[in-house]
Design a protein around this ligand. Structure first.
Ligand SMILES: Cc1cc2nc3c(=O)[nH]c(=O)nc-3n(C[C@H](O)[C@H](O)[C@H](O)COP(=O)(O)O)c2cc1C
Length: 177
């Protein structure tokens, strides 16, 4: 790590079964290694996050369910739309499953995040994890119906690399509030 800074970055994440939260943890660690203080916050539906004035940038992520971000991530976008429009903002989503044949295929621009015309610097989609034993009965039916592959497909090196790249961009001043 070089030139540590007092600037803080927020990594906020909505996760139902924990796999997206673990991706957020890895991102937070990579951005910390890049010299920033990082608050990692798991979003709850009924929680109002304080205002974002103290942050230099926000990285916001959610698990994908039926092509949608989780409600708590969309609520966060809505509550902080003005602040988010004025600061460096990155999105990540976690969901697609599989090794040779990854599905479903999502275009980040078409995912239902609620972002509208917010200026997002990048939106990465990371592969996810499916553990049938942790699912509800209804979820198990859905994954059986669509023949979703079980397993942990998360790409840790890609996640860390993306986190490092964000820290690098912030440090270089290439992205400004
Ligand atoms: C009922 C159900 C629906 C899902 N729908 C999608 C989907 O539309 N697109 C996608 O990429 N992944 C989908 N997934 C996969 C999840 O996004 C993936 O398992 C992810 O890792 C879950 O994140 P979490 O553990 O943080 O909740 C779905 C999973 C379940 C159980």
């Amino acid at each position: 790590m070089s030139n540590p800074t007092d600037e803080k970055v927020l990594v906020a994440v909505a996760s139902k079964h924990g796999s997206t939260f673990e991706i957020a943890q890895a991102l937070a660690a990579a951005i910390r290694e890049g010299g920033f203080k990082v608050d990692l916050r798991e979003l709850q539906k009924d929680e109002e996050v304080d205002d974002l004035d103290c942050y230099r940038a926000v990285i916001l992520g959610s698990a994908i369910y039926a092509g949608n971000w989780l409600p708590e991530a969309k609520i966060f976008v809505e509550q902080h739309r003005v602040a988010l429009s004025e600061m460096p903002l990155w999105f990540f989503s976690c969901g697609p499953l599989g090794e040779d044949e990854v599905k479903p295929k999502h275009n980040p621009a078409e995912l239902k995040t609620g972002a509208g015309d917010l200026p997002i610097l990048d939106h990465q989609i990371f592969l996810g994890k499916l553990d049938p034993s942790s699912l509800t009965f209804g979820e198990r039916l859905v994954v059986k119906m669509v023949k979703a592959p079980s397993g942990d497909f998360r790409e840790w090196e890609k996640v860390r690399e993306w986190g490092r790249a964000i820290a690098g961009k912030l440090r270089s001043g290439l992205v400004e509030a």
